[in-house]
Design a protein around this ligand. Structure first.
Ligand code: F6R
Length: 628
């Protein structure tokens, strides 16, 4: 959701800015813009509502150049997606330009004050307040000092930093932001609070971005900024200043991402590539974590002793969207394997609840991006209440991963398609390993533990086998692509799988879909059933197979088309009861949601494709939702 890029160095910044914005497209946006500075005191901007190609077209027609600049993709929050509301926003009378991710909650009162002081607003955004506010401090400071560019360098850009800091102190809300100054074209000042920012360190050049993907291929040296930090970035220097700790050495780390991880690798869409990566991503999530000799799993980063883990009496799993569905899978699996009571809560609700949780409660924030605002806020609230909070996240160094007491990284590689696929299955497998680990500390015998390890080790190849349904699913997608409503039904472990299947379909194909526990369907949703409303049953063989078949009969009796996702044995029993059958390999019941996710992901993908939807960048959605 919104993206920032920046450059200071010896090259024309616009090339990097556009290439970086292209890499950030996956986050979701509806307009974009760049600003470039030259030494002749020119600060030029280009902005366009709509796709990045529109901005690129404008720049081809009226190029701008400079060796310092910043760029932005905006996902509208305050004011619609228009050229005027696109970032960068200009402060004062062309003194400076700002790009900003996050939300300024007190922008109205600040705007009133700035308007009363004569500042003219040209957009409906909260960001423009930041631009004018910094300008107002600069105008006070500049009137007193009238510094030249050379004097500013001598003073280490301190006067500019003072103005930015003074403005930040007035803001309530969240920001990752970057400021450039018309009269000081060799510096970018960036600041972070609650919205990620990283700096790439090059040779005589520095790069700025809201996540690491724009840096891939340009540098492998990365600095993750923390909340309340300000970075003063020139071609040759990087100073990091913390609000409370003063100047601190920049913690330069190695970026372990290869170019192949952020491109489509020959697939038509990132989503399809990520679906097909799952045999490998599941291996990566499990790598080094299964201990066959002790018949258990282990995790390097939980930062809790076995004794502390044995005293856990309750687990809370929280997250949003697909991560919340993974949490539901986790609830079934952990309760089954470890016999610990598990509660699953939407992060957006947990943050405002006041749940009476006892000592011995362990809270897991589950999140692909590690930046989801609601999940971060829920985790902070749980921490404030004194509970141990751990993260299950895919993004190393993300805000949630950093603020948690410890956690589990998914190691699924960057997920760029907006619809989460490989992160979901990795989350499910991480939670299953957690169930095994906690179970082996309690009642699971070595024999039971060893069997679960065998099941887990076989999983990647079973997922590879499940991917063989690709062609069959494509044909089923063609058949049903014009339907207006779908039901997804499953029970027990496959109830969350049904919810996730429905979410996938609605987010990328814009078809109304509902996921339900199969038996619950007759308490309302069955009224939706007619010959144009397909029901996708997630019904592999298992404890509730016969029960779900009865639910299938109920749909059939009302003329609803039935698509069954099942295993070979199940297919034989289902026979003609289903109009279409998609076969997946037989796996242990607690691993079924992982294997059955494959056809439902593919079904959503092919239906969306058939309907001409932009699969990787569905309307209105953002990859990481950094606003409440
Ligand atoms: C759906 C999807 C979203 C995210 C949700 C939470 O495909 O991707 O529902 O799961 O926005 O995001 P994370 O997992 O990054 O916290």
């Amino acid at each position: 959701m919104c993206g920032i890029v920046g450059y200071v160095g010896h090259r024309d910044c616009v090339d990097f800015l556009l290439q970086g914005l292209r890499r950030l497209e996956y986050r979701g946006y509806d307009s974009s813009g760049v600003v470039a500075l030259t030494h002749g005191g020119r600060m030029q901007t280009a902005k366009a509502a709509g796709r990045l190609d529109k901005l690129i077209g404008r720049l081809a027609h009226s190029p701008i150049h400079g060796t310092t600049g910043v760029g932005h993709t905006r996902w509208a929050t305050h004011g619609p997606a228009t050229d005027e509301n696109s970032h960068p926003h200009i402060g004062g009378d062309g003194l400076l330009a700002v790009v900003h991710n996050g939300v300024i909650e007190n922008f109205r009162s600040l705007k009133e004050r700035l308007e009363a002081a004569g500042y003219i607003f040209r957009s409906a955004t909260d960001t423009e307040v930041v631009a004018h506010l910094i300008a107002s401090y600069w105008e006070q400071e500049h009137a007193a000092t009238s510094l030249t560019a050379a004097e500013m360098v001598e003073q280490n850009y301190e006067p500019l930093v003072r103005c930015v800091r003074a403005a930040l102190q007035k803001l309530r809300g969240t920001y990752g932001l970057a400021v450039v100054f018309r009269d000081f074209p060799d510096v970018v000042i960036a600041a972070k609070l609650g919205s990620p920012l990283v700096v790439g360190v090059g040779d005589g050049e520095h790069f700025l971005a809201s996540d690491s993907s724009p840096l891939v291929g340009v540098t492998d040296k990365i600095v993750y900024l923390d909340d309340h930090e300000i970075a003063v970035i020139t071609a040759d220097t990087l100073r990091v200043l913390h609000r409370d700790l003063g100047e601190k050495p920049a913690d330069v780390r190695t970026l372990a991402l290869a170019a192949g991880e952020v491109d489509k690798g020959g697939y038509e869409h990132f989503m399809l590539k990520e679906i097909f990566e799952q045999p490998d991503t599941l291996c990566n999530t499990m790598r080094g974590r299964l201990k066959p000799d002790e018949a258990t799993a282990h995790f390097g980063g939980l930062n809790l002793s076995p004794k502390e883990l044995r005293s856990v009496r309750r687990i809370v799993l929280t997250g949003c969207g697909t991560s919340w569905h993974a949490a539901l899978v986790g609830e079934y699996v952990i309760e089954e394997l470890a016999r610990i009571p598990v509660e699953v809560e939407y992060a957006s609700e947990l943050r405002y609840r006041n749940p009476p949780l006892d000592d011995g409660t362990l809270v897991f924030a589950i999140t692909q991006s590690g930046e989801t605002a609601d999940t971060l806020a829920a985790m902070r609230e749980m921490k404030r209440m004194g509970h141990t909070t751990l993260a299950i996240s895919n993004v190393v160094g993300s805000s949630i991963a950093k603020e948690a007491h410890g956690g589990i990284y998914l190691h699924a590689g960057p997920e760029i398609g907006v619809a989460s696929t490989k992160a979901f299955t990795s989350q499910c497998v991480a939670l299953t390993m957690l169930g095994l680990y906690l179970g082996r500390m309690r009642h699971l015998s070595p024999v039971q533990g060893a069997r679960i390890i065998d099941d887990l080790q076989a999983l990647p190849e079973q997922v590879r086998a499940a991917l063989a349904c690709d062609e069959a699913v494509r044909q089923i997608a063609d058949k049903y692509a014009q339907c207006g409503t779908f039901l997804y039904l499953g029970r027990q472990f496959n109830f969350p799988a049904a919810l996730e299947g429905a979410l996938k379909l609605k987010e990328i194909s814009y078809i109304h879909a509902e996921g339900y526990p199969a038996a619950e369907m007759k308490h309302g949703p069955i009224a939706l059933v007619d010959e144009n409303t397909p029901s996708v049953f997630i019904v592999p063989q298992g404890a509730v197979f016969e029960k779900v078949i009865s639910n299938m009969e109920e749909i059939k009796a009302r003329g609803g088309p039935v698509i069954a996702v099942t295993c070979a044995e199940g297919a034989a029993t289902i026979g003609d009861l289903a109009d279409d059958v998609i076969e997946v390999p037989t796996v242990a019941d607690f691993l079924q949601p992982i294997v059955t996710a494959i056809p439902t992901q593919l079904l959503a993908y092919y239906i969306a494709l058939r309907r001409g939807c932009d699969v990787d960048k569905p309307r209105n959605l953002a990859k990481s939702v950094t606003v409440e």
